[in-house]
Design a protein around this ligand. Structure first.
Ligand code: CDT
Length: 327
């Protein structure tokens, strides 16, 4: 007897580097080994990283459509990923997998899927907060071309009732935006799965290296606590062809505490027998949304994109007075 009220075996499968020369088949073999390990440790759900099938290709400037297309999947599962889905069904374990999606009509998204214990896709998320740039920066040590290679996701931040819980998904840079987690919290998410690839060096400004890891963990811990949910975050990390990305894969409880963290920068499974009921007391007390939220005073969050001038006295109150509460 575990003594936990609603236990769910939750694993994160961190990936070490994937180099340009690595084949899909070799990567899927690694994913399969990690899935087996997660299952042997009691996981019902395992979270793989963002763009888990290839190297983090947005670091490379490419103009040729064919060169770009080789990093994308035309179907999920496809011939190379089918064995992962087959094994998940055989073992009865669900997973989150990030990949580059090329749609039938030629659109490109940075996507993740949620697969249930029967091996079926129950959810799809297309990354909304795309960092980086779309232009070539020849002076930079590497590129971060997510704005060139992907469209902004068009399906919102959904939450899927599955595996006796409610699971939301987001991808990498999304974790820095509280709005993403609040939208999922408002749909009663109990777990948010997320994969990431975070370069250790920020090409946009001279950010001190130690802040990169600090802000990663800070974002996970704050968003888990403020929305009373579990976050399972999986890195792809280490040096891919010499370009380093940090690890720090973690499972964070609704208390905001890190309850498991990867030790290195290679393939590694971390696991927690998560009590889904742990979020209940937060949801019933300090973060009892229906009781305490004041959305009439949050109007600027959706009305404004960038930071603007302070509003004149009375303007905020006027905005609040026109707020329409849902029925
Ligand atoms: N993959 C991804 O979203 N990475 C970003 C790096 C931002 S620096 C341009 C992240 O937020 O971790």
């Amino acid at each position: 007897m575990s003594g936990l009220k609603r236990p769910l075996g939750l694993a994160v499968a961190q990936l070490g580097p994937i180099h340009l020369a690595d084949t899909r088949a070799a990567v899927v073999k690694r994913l399969i080994a990690l899935l087996r390990e997660a299952h042997s440790r009691g996981a019902r759900l395992v979270v793989f990283p963002e763009l888990a099938l290839t190297t983090f290709f947005p670091r490379y400037w490419m103009e040729d459509d064919e060169a770009i297309a080789r990093f994308f999947e035309l179907s999920m599962p496809g011939p190379e990923t089918q064995p992962l889905f087959d094994l998940a069904r055989e073992l009865g374990i669900g997973f989150y997998l990030g990949y580059a999606e090329l749609t039938g009509d030629g659109r490109r998204f940075n996507t993740s899927v949620l697969v249930d214990e029967a091996g079926g896709i129950v959810g799809r998320y297309r990354k909304i907060h795309l960092p980086g740039h779309a232009d070539h920066k020849p002076q930079a040590p590497f590129q971060h071309l997510e704005k060139k290679y992907f469209e902004v996701g068009n399906e919102g931040f959904s939450v899927w009732p599955t595996m006796d819980t409610k699971i939301g998904m987001c991808i990498c840079n999304d974790r820095r935006w509280p709005e993403a987690f609040r939208v999922m919290g408002l749909q009663s998410a109990e777990i948010v799965a997320l994969g990431y690839n975070t370069p250790s060096h920020n090409i946009h400004w001279n950010e001190p290296t130690h802040l990169r890891m600090f802000h990663h963990l800070l974002s996970l811990q704050a968003n888990a606590y403020q929305n009373a949910l579990w976050i399972a975050a999986a890195a792809k990390c280490g040096a891919e062809d010499g370009f380093h990305m940090f690890g720090g894969s973690a499972i964070v409880a609704p208390t905001g505490e890190i309850v498991a963290q990867a030790q290195g920068e290679d393939d590694e499974v971390i696991f927690v027998n998560a009590d889904l009921a742990l979020g209940d007391s937060f949801r019933q007390n300090v973060f009892n949304f229906i009781k305490h939220r004041r959305p009439e005073h949050y109007r600027l969050i959706v009305d404004r994109v960038g930071a603007g001038e302070p509003l004149a006295a009375g303007e905020l109150a006027k905005l609040a007075s026109t707020f329409q509460q849902e029925g």
